[in-house]
Design a protein around this ligand. Structure first.
Ligand SMILES: Cc1cc2nc3c(=O)[nH]c(=O)nc-3n(C[C@H](O)[C@H](O)[C@H](O)COP(=O)(O)OP(=O)(O)OC[C@H]3O[C@@H](n4cnc5c(N)ncnc54)[C@H](O)[C@@H]3O)c2cc1C
Length: 428
C-alpha cells in the first residue's frame, strides 16, 4: 500500500468522525482507516444505549456534548436520518440525592445546561405506575438502601440517536471526500523505526533515534504514514503498550438488557415530557440504573452499574449475564416500577467503557507522531463530533479548535501536559 498522509486505527464513531473532520479541513489528503471488524461502528459504538445529553458537571464535557448535539440536531434538520429524538433525560432523585447534588445542579445551570424540575405529584400524574414512595416496612427495599423519589430533574437538550446511523453518516461523508476504510484488517502496533536504518533485524537499537512511521498490521504487512491516529477505544492499550506509549485508560464492563412484554406497554407512550410522547432516558435513584425505550422494537433497555468494586478488566468479547440483571438491576427496577415484576431479559449484551479514571473527560493528545483520541468514558456517541474537530485541529497544529456553532476550544485542555478539566460527577 502506498504511503498515507494519515492512518486512523478504529472505525467506531470516534474514528469516522475524526476522519470526516480531517478530510473536510484537508481535502485531497490520503487518509485510511483500518478497522478489524467487517463494518463501521461494530465495537463499543454498537453496544451503546445511543443516548445523548449535555447534562455534565464538567464544563469541558458539557461543551463537547453540547456542541456535538447541536451538530447532530443540525444534520437531523437537514434531513439525514440519524434516528434523533430529543426526548430528554429524567433523573428521578431522592431527597438525599437532591441535597448532595444541589451545588452541582446549580453550577450546571449556570454553565448553560437547561434543566426542568418535576415535583413528585407531577411525576405521579404523568407516570401513575411509578412507585415514588418506598414503603418503610419493605424489608428488601430497606436492605437495598432504596429511597423515595422526591423530584424529577429533566435535561432538555438530551435524547436518543441511532448510533449506527450516525456512524454511517460520518463514514459515508468521509468516503465521499476520498477517504478509505479498510475493514477486516487489524493493526498490531504503530511502526517504530530508526531515523537512520542500518538494515539489521534487531533494530531499533537503544542508541538509535526512533520515530513512528506508520502501522504494522496483524498480517505482518506495514503501512507508512506521516501521522497515525489511534481511535481504538478500550483496545488502544493493546496497540500502544507494545511501543511503550501509555494512553491512560482502563476498561470497565457495562451490560445492557432488553425487556419485552405487554406489561411494559404504558412506557411506549408517555405524555408530559416531550412532543414525541416518549419516555425520556430515565435514571432511578440507585446504582445509576436506567431504562430507555425502543419504540420501534417495542422494548425497554435497562442498565446500571456499581459505584465501586467493578473490576478494571479488558475483555476482547465481554458478555452480559442473566445473573447481573436478575440480582442487581431487576431488583431495583421492580421496586420503582412494579410492572417489571417477573420479567426476564429477552436479550443482552456487554461492552466496555474506555474510562479516563482521572476526570472522565476524553484524552486527545499527540506523542511521538501518534495522536491518541480515547477516554470517552461511556459518553462517546454524544461527544464524537467535538472529538473529531479537536483531533483535526491538533493534527493541523492549531492551538484552538472551532467546535460546531463557532465555539472555541483550547486543544491542550484535553492533553496530558496542560490538561485543564474538572472531574466529571455525572457518569452513567
Ligand atoms: C453498554 C454501553 C452503553 C453505552 N451507552 C452510551 C450512550 O447512551 N451514549 C453515549 O454517548 N455513549 C454510550 N456508551 C459509550 C460509547 O459506546 C463509546 O463512548 C463510543 O462508542 C466510543 O466510540 P469509539 O469510536 O471510541 O469506540 P468503538 O466504537 O469501540 O470503536 C473502536 C474501534 O476500533 C477498532 N479496533 C480496535 N483495535 C483495533 C485494531 N488493532 N485494528 C483495527 N481496528 C481496531 C474496534 O474494532 C472498534 O470498531 C455506552 C457504552 C456501553 C458499553
Amino acid at each position: 500500500m502506498e504511503k498515507q498522509d494519515i492512518v486512523i486505527v478504529g472505525a467506531g464513531i470516534f474514528g469516522v468522525a475524526i476522519g470526516y473532520h480531517i478530510l473536510k479541513e484537508n481535502p485531497g489528503k490520503k487518509v485510511t482507516i483500518f478497522e478489524k471488524f467487517p463494518t463501521c461502528g461494530q465495537g463499543n459504538t454498537a453496544k451503546s444505549a445511543g443516548a445523548f445529553r449535555n447534562v455534565f458537571s464538567s464544563k469541558t464535557n458539557f461543551l463537547l456534548a453540547d456542541t456535538s448535539v447541536d451538530f447532530y440536531l443540525d444534520i437531523h434538520r437537514q434531513g439525514h436520518d440519524i434516528g434523533l429524538e430529543q426526548a430528554g433525560y429524567l433523573w428521578l432523585m431522592s431527597h438525599s440525592q437532591l441535597e448532595r447534588n444541589k451545588d452541582v445542579l446549580a453550577k450546571m445551570q449556570h454553565n448553560g445546561v437547561k434543566l426542568k424540575f418535576y415535583e413528585k405529584e407531577e411525576l405521579k400524574k404523568i407516570m401513575p405506575y411509578l412507585n415514588t414512595d418506598i414503603d418503610p416496612a419493605d424489608e428488601e427495599a430497606r436492605m437495598m438502601g432504596l429511597e423515595s423519589i422526591e423530584k424529577g430533574v429533566f435535561g432538555v437538550k438530551c435524547g436518543f440517536v441511532d448510533a449506527d446511523k450516525l456512524t454511517r453518516f460520518y463514514e459515508t461523508e468521509f468516503k465521499k471526500m476520498g477517504g478509505q476504510v479498510i475493514y477486516n484488517t487489524e493493526v498490531a502496533m504503530p511502526l517504530l523505526e530508526p531515523r537512520e536504518k542500518l538494515g539489521l533485524e534487531c533494530e531499533p537499537l537503544i542508541w538509535q533515534d526512533v520515530e513512528i512511521t506508520g502501522v504494522r498490521l496483524k498480517s505482518g504487512k506495514t503501512v507508512n504514514a506521516d501521522k497515525v491516529i489511534i481511535a481504538a477505544n478500550s483496545w488502544a492499550p493493546n496497540i500502544l503498550d507494545p511501543v511503550g506509549i501509555d494512553c491512560m485508560i482502563k476498561s470497565v464492563k457495562r451490560q445492557m438488557f432488553v425487556l419485552r412484554s405487554q406489561k411494559l406497554a404504558p412506557l411506549m407512550k408517555v405524555e408530559g415530557f416531550n412532543q414525541f410522547n416518549a419516555l425520556p432516558f430515565t435514571i432511578f435513584p440507585k446504582a445509576a440504573i436506567y431504562i430507555r425505550v425502543d419504540r420501534i422494537e417495542g422494548s425497554v433497555w435497562a442498565s446500571g452499574h456499581e459505584h465501586f468494586g467493578a473490576p478494571y478488566l479488558f475483555e476482547e468479547d465481554p458478555k452480559a449475564t442473566d445473573e447481573y440483571y436478575d440480582y442487581n438491576i431487576y431488583q431495583v427496577l421492580r421496586k420503582y416500577m412494579p410492572m417489571f415484576d417477573g420479567l426476564k431479559a429477552a436479550n443482552k449484551w456487554a461492552g466496555l467503557y474506555d474510562m479516563n479514571t482521572l476526570d472522565a473527560n476524553p484524552y486527545i493528545f499527540e506523542t511521538h507522531n501518534v495522536i491518541i483520541a480515547v477516554g470517552s468514558s461511556g459518553s462517546g456517541i454524544m461527544k464524537a463530533d467535538a472529538a473529531g474537530r479537536i483531533t483535526a485541529a491538533l493534527y493541523a497544529g492549531r492551538k484552538e479548535a472551532e467546535l460546531y456553532g463557532n465555539r472555541k476550544f483550547e486543544v491542550a485542555t484535553l492533553g496530558l501536559k496542560h490538561r485543564n478539566v474538572e472531574p466529571e460527577k455525572f457518569i452513567l
